[in-house]
Write a protein that binds this ligand. Structure first.
Ligand code: GLC
Length: 805
């Protein structure tokens, strides 16, 4: 007879001493007396993977986050057994594993500095309720150590002193302290003693991070199930940490079509067709550039995905074509919930093929979303993803829709307390069956992946464009994202700025906010300030819920319309610059936005800055975040910068006041930069561009710049048909030299560069182009020296008399 019904709480359990060590090529196994094994994989000289089991053997090694294209391989691996520890050394790192406790300390192999150290190290708690363990890791946190990353957390960039959970959640009108919200990106960068390292905890269960919040000198992370499985990246530059993480979890599979970097207008919802046309024609009438128009859920028949409301949209194919003729690409929303309706073909097919998620005891997972009661495809099943991707044939290939917006894919469920599936729902997890506890955080990612595959197939030979709300690490390979249902407040403008920067340092640069706020309605001033920030966000879309009034650029007073137009025009001029930065993101994983700490980590002033950021490599932007402001104080990073509006040169490394009335915002250009610009167009491809402007910012010294061009769509660039121009600017007191080196086979439409030289400290006496003297009459245009040259020059040499110097 059982008399004791109390659950024995064993508390935290720890590994005991190491009793065995084995090496299998790049994997090292350290086994302890109590059946813990640490599998240490040397991924690269600067990337180590730590994986622990408590039962003497490991589960199937499967991850949705890690890309098959990740770089692997190292130059050096030495293992030494010492009296108290094992020492694993690569060319970048030395890792000590204590024989007594299995605790790990990681040092810079070159200068011996301790970078990261286990405090309690790996430990666990048994989970009686679900089986397996709650897996935990604690690390030493040093005074002065800072932490960054974790995706979309809507609070201060520096995570020190905070605790967060990762569980993707539909969070209508979230605030600064709401946690968790839509994304789960369990990756952070630590910075201490000027050296940055990263930790990616690849565990899809609900995970938590505590950055010296509970205990001042401890940073810890844990998950409600699965394995303690984390990757350690060493910089020492933060940019290298972010690039390594992005390499491992995947760079975007390809560039977006250039139009997707233009301006997007969205609302819940534009219907019927006449309303959509009224919006698009107003953009053209008012000459406000715009490339994409969105159809939210009301385009569907009773919110059934892949159907049309024929009353509102009698001939979608004709409409989409007409919009396209006017330069508008149509983007349509698709949600995961499939309406329970025996006469609806998508429902019938999924039911017949057993594609819907089921509860643990075999019933369907039923939940309410926009269409009413729904079932939900199990996107973690590859066969379901394949089927789903096929459903886009008509929408994309036949009707001509150019982009798809995946929403509610946390998955959101209405009228239930936890806003999502219950824990017991079963998932295939690509042949590793599991409960929703494990699949929740990747469900939306797998939906976006299936959508991406459909679009890739049916948009071919053009590039697909997808947007998702929910995401886990690695989702950046397939899609862009937005930050969900924000609110039209000044605080949310601050949040949007933080979130876009944080996403970029979390490997997911193609992100933006609902400009103007989704819930409630902004004043014109807030809307204008938000557009100004949006110009510098990779994804640039206005969106709002219909019930709070209009949010088009002309919905406020005329001054606001003019400011909005002026700023959207700046975006369109900067498209070649942004596209070049995107190329670097796709090619190297370089984040498109750099928070100041990412730009200059050695300057400790940057560690707690939030508002200023670098767009691409050479443009510093800082939004105005208060009403009635005529400017603001901001920190200018070290180096010299040109005020974008006045060409005034400021020396950084200090905080200063910058004028920025409502029709302006603080924007600075790094000295020495060469910024490529397009003429203003109403949409990408409106004009045949025969000339690109190069804004050259004189510097005494050297600076590199780039210009990437290709067909702006399609996949030819992957076969070498692109043009990459590397510019080196060298400035001396009476000389300016621009060298160009060109790669790639693509012949650009533009033939010439109009070179506009800012801040030249001398009068020009002679100009040599590829060693030949050229005429340089009437060089000054509006006070700026301007020269037009053929695009394929190798060296432009400007010689002055030094009279101003
Ligand atoms: C969700 C989305 C929002 C969308 C609405 C209707 O709230 O986050 O962007 O407009 O659903 O589809």
């Amino acid at each position: 007879m059982i008399v004791n019904t109390e659950l024995e709480n064993k508390g935290n359990l720890f590994p005991s001493k190491i009793i065995d060590f084995k090496k299998d090529v790049d994997k090292l196994y350290f086994s302890t007396d109590n059946d813990v094994i640490l599998e240490l994989t040397v991924v690269r000289d600067s990337v180590l993977r730590f994986r622990y089991t408590t039962v003497g053997n490991f589960d199937n090694d499967f991850s949705y986050a890690i890309t098959k294209y990740a770089s692997i391989g190292y130059n050096k691996l030495e293992i030494e057994e010492k009296e108290d520890s094992y020492e694993v050394t690569t060319s970048k790192l030395r890792c000590e594993i204590s024989k007594e406790s299995l605790r790990v300390s990681i040092y810079d192999a070159v200068d011996g500095v301790l970078i990261n150290q286990d405090e309690g190290g790996f430990h666990w708690e048994e989970s009686y309720q679900y089986g397996g363990n709650i897996v935990k890791m604690s690390k030493v946190s040093n005074d002065g150590e800072s932490y960054y990353g974790l995706g979309d957390k809507p609070n201060h960039l520096n995570l020190k002193g905070k605790r967060y959970n990762n569980w993707v959640t539909d969070s209508y009108a979230y605030g600064k302290d709401t946690d968790p919200i839509y994304k789960a990106i369990p990756f952070y960068t630590g910075l201490h003693h000027g050296k940055a390292y990263g930790i990616f905890f690849d565990n899809t269960f609900m995970s938590s991070f505590d950055f010296a919040h509970e205990r001042r000198n401890v940073t810890s992370f844990w998950a409600q199930g699965g394995e303690m499985n984390y990757y350690f990246f060493y910089g020492p530059k933060m940019n290298d940490v972010v690039e390594s993480y992005t390499d491992l979890t995947g760079k975007p599979h390809h560039l977006p079509p250039l139009w997707a970097l233009g301006f997007h207008q969205c609302k819940w919802s534009y219907y019927p067709e006449s309303k959509v046309k009224e919006i698009t024609s107003t953009f053209r009438k008012l000459q406000i550039p715009c490339d994409a128009i969105y159809l939210d859920i009301d385009y569907m028949d009773g919110f059934r995905c892949f159907t049309w409301n024929k009353e509102y949209f009698p001939d979608p194919k004709r409409m989409v074509k007409e919009l396209m003729e006017d330069g508008f690409k149509t983007v349509a929303i698709i949600d995961p919930g499939i309406k329970i309706d025996k006469d609806y073909s998508v429902f019938k097919e999924a039911l017949e093929n057993d594609y819907f998620c089921k509860r643990a005891d075999g019933d369907y997972m039923k939940g309410k979303v926009w269409p009413g009661e729904c079932y939900f495809p199990d996107f973690t099943n590859p066969e379901v993803r394949d089927w789903w991707s096929g459903l886009f044939k008509e929408l994309i290939e036949d009707i001509g829709v150019k982009g798809v917006w995946n929403d509610m894919n946390e998955p959101a469920v209405m009228e239930v307390p936890n806003k999502t599936f219950p824990d017991d729902v079963r998932h295939d997890y690509d042949g590793n069956p599991c409960s929703h506890r494990k699949a929740h955080n990747i469900y939306g990612m797998q939906m976006a992946r299936a959508t991406y595959q459909g679009l890739k197939k049916y948009s071919y030979p053009k590039r697909p464009f997808v947007i998702t709300r929910s995401a886990y690490s690695g989702t950046q390979r397939y899609t862009s994202t937005w930050t969900g249902d924000n609110v039209a407040t000044w605080e949310h403008l601050w949040i949007a700025n933080i979130q876009a920067q944080r996403m970029a340092m979390s490997g997911f640069s193609f992100a933006g906010s609902d400009i103007g706020g989704f819930a409630e309605q902004p004043q014109g001033e807030l809307f204008a300030r938000w557009i100004q920030l949006g110009v510098f966000h990779p994804f640039f879309r206005v969106h709002s819920s219909g019930d709070h009034g209009d949010q088009e650029p002309w919905a406020f007073d005329e001054d606001v319309t003019d400011i909005v137009r002026k700023f959207i025009e700046i975006r369109y001029q900067l498209l070649p610059y942004l596209y070049t930065a995107f190329w670097n993101y796709v090619d190297h994983g370089t984040p498109l936005l750099k928070s100041l700490v990412l730009f200059d980590q050695e300057d400790v002033q940057t560690h707690y800055r939030t508002d200023e950021f670098i767009f691409g490599e050479q443009i510093l932007a800082c939004p105005v975040l208060e009403s009635n402001a005529k400017g603001r104080r901001m920190y200018i990073p070290r180096g010299k910068w040109y005020n974008f509006w006045t060409d005034e040169i400021v020396k950084g490394g200090k905080e200063m006041w910058v004028d920025a009335d409502i029709d302006s915002m603080p924007i600075f250009i790094k000295e020495g930069a060469i910024i490529p610009k397009y003429p203003i167009q109403q949409y990408v491809g409106e004009k045949e561009i025969k000339e690109i402007t190069l804004d050259v910012y004189y510097k005494k010294g050297k600076e590199e710049s780039e210009l990437f061009s290709d067909a702006n769509d399609g996949f030819d660039y992957t076969k070498g048909r692109y043009s990459l121009r590397n510019f080196t600017l060298t400035g001396r007191s009476s000389e300016l030299i621009i060298n160009q080196y060109k790669e790639g086979k693509f012949v650009t439409d533009y033939d010439t560069f109009n070179i506009q030289i800012h801040g030249l400290p001398f009068d020009i006496v002679e100009v040599q182009l590829d060693n030949e003297k050229i005429a340089h009459k009437s060089l000054k245009v509006n006070g700026i020296d301007s020269i037009t040259v053929h695009k394929n020059f190798s060296e432009l040499h400007i010689i002055g008399n030094n009279s101003k110097a």
